[in-house]
Design a protein around this ligand. Structure first.
Ligand code: PMV
Length: 361
């Protein structure tokens, strides 16, 4: 780990005190993404190959990540818990280039220009793995999810890129190291390193080396996620800006970390007990609370569209009619439904365009 900043020693300390204290004082107060990569990859064996391909799934949080304690390292204020969508996500191939001065990036078979923010984010992530200054790569990344469906491809994208780049460089990393490296690319990507139910432990360390995801062992074969693609999406405020605005401008945010911690404990128990009602109530309440903090920010952050509210009302009416279905929403207008297989027909009757995802084999 490199030393980036040494605490200044006050003038009244004489040199003997300074020498005694020096080992304690010589500790960095801030850490960069490069520090994180160096400490994870620095001692790793390096066995490069020419091509490596990796897959990562999209994940949907049942307890949301909202608010950063360190924006540079994507360290969260609270733990979060998600479920992976097994067949929806990103496949990324990293190919080592010879004699090229720049990386080449293709997204969904289309070349991405160097001026594009996506290209710059990909290159910044590759930089973490580029131990030889001359290393250049071609990235082919394909999402099998329609962007309009509102499923965040940045989580699966950074998880797949992390796996594929570590693979092409021949780093043999465990799930924890992959999760930490994916996290510095995009926070929720640390959960997309794993399948099934996944908990992201926020960690306490300033360098974030304990902030990573881990899978839960439980499966729930009857659990379904309904994806509804809504139209008329408003101009998006990205999650990075949205989180910062919420943390900085609404007093309601102070209640969020405690609710998230309580919700995670309930969700974990609901998963162990396969208690769908408890899972659904907790996930929906958690999402609505997150949106309440966003709406109470200034300027207000309202991701909902009229179509989103219409779906919410239909979900609440279905519940009144005795159909156990709950909803969750992220930083966008789209609504995702949670239900179990026996009510799938009732859901399809009310939402004919719903795409139903089976979450476990
Ligand atoms: O990882 P990001 O920066 O895309 O943030 C994700 C934020 C939410 O989708 C709203 C919540 C979550 O936990 O996925």
């Amino acid at each position: 780990m490199s030393v980036r900043w040494v605490m200044p020693v006050p003038g009244y300390l004489d040199s003997s005190v300074f020498l005694f204290l020096f080992p304690l004082l010589e500790c960095p107060l801030t850490f960069s993404r490069v520090d994180v990569a160096r400490s994870l990859l620095g001692d790793c064996e390096y066995r490069p190959v020419d091509v490596f391909e990796a897959w990562a799934p999209v994940n949907i949080a049942l307890c949301k990540y909202w608010g950063k304690r360190d924006a540079a390292l994507n360290l969260p204020v609270n733990d979060s818990l998600s479920v992976a969508l097994p067949d929806k996500g990103t496949r990324t191939r990293v190919t080592r280039l010879q004699g090229e001065s720049k990386d080449i990036v293709f997204l969904n078979d289309q070349p991405v220009s160097e001026a594009d923010g996506f290209y710059q984010k990909v290159v910044a992530h590759l930089n973490l793995f580029r131990l030889d200054r001359g290393d250049r790569f071609r990235i082919d990344t394909v999402n099998n999810i329609a962007t309009a469906a509102g499923l965040a491809s940045s989580a699966s994208g950074f998880a797949a890129l992390t796996r594929a780049t570590a693979g092409v460089q021949g780093f043999n990393l465990d799930g924890k190291a992959l999760s930490i490296l994916a996290r510095v690319g995009s926070g929720s990507a640390c959960r997309s390193v794993f399948d099934g139910f996944v908990r992201w432990h926020k960690g306490e360390a300033v360098d974030g080396m304990d902030s990573c995801a881990a899978p839960l062992s439980q499966v729930w074969p009857g659990l379904r996620l309904g994806v509804l693609t809504l139209t008329g999406a408003a101009k998006k405020v990205g999650s990075r800006e949205g989180m910062a605005r919420t943390v900085e401008t609404t007093p309601l945010y102070s209640a969020w970390p405690a609710q998230a911690e309580a919700d995670i404990a309930i969700l974990e128990q609901a998963i162990v007990d396969r208690d769908f009602e408890l899972l659904g109530v907790t996930a929906e309440h958690n999402a609505m609370t997150m949106h309440a903090t966003m709406i109470a920010s200034w300027p207000p952050l309202l991701y909902w569209e009229p179509e989103s509210v219409a779906v919410m009302q239909k979900v609440w009416q279905l519940r009144k009619d005795g159909v156990p279905v709950y909803l969750t929403m992220d930083a966008g207008p789209n609504v995702k439904l949670l239900f179990e297989s026996p009510v799938e027909d009732s859901i399809r009757q009310v939402f004919p365009d719903v795409e139903v995802v089976k979450l476990f084999p």
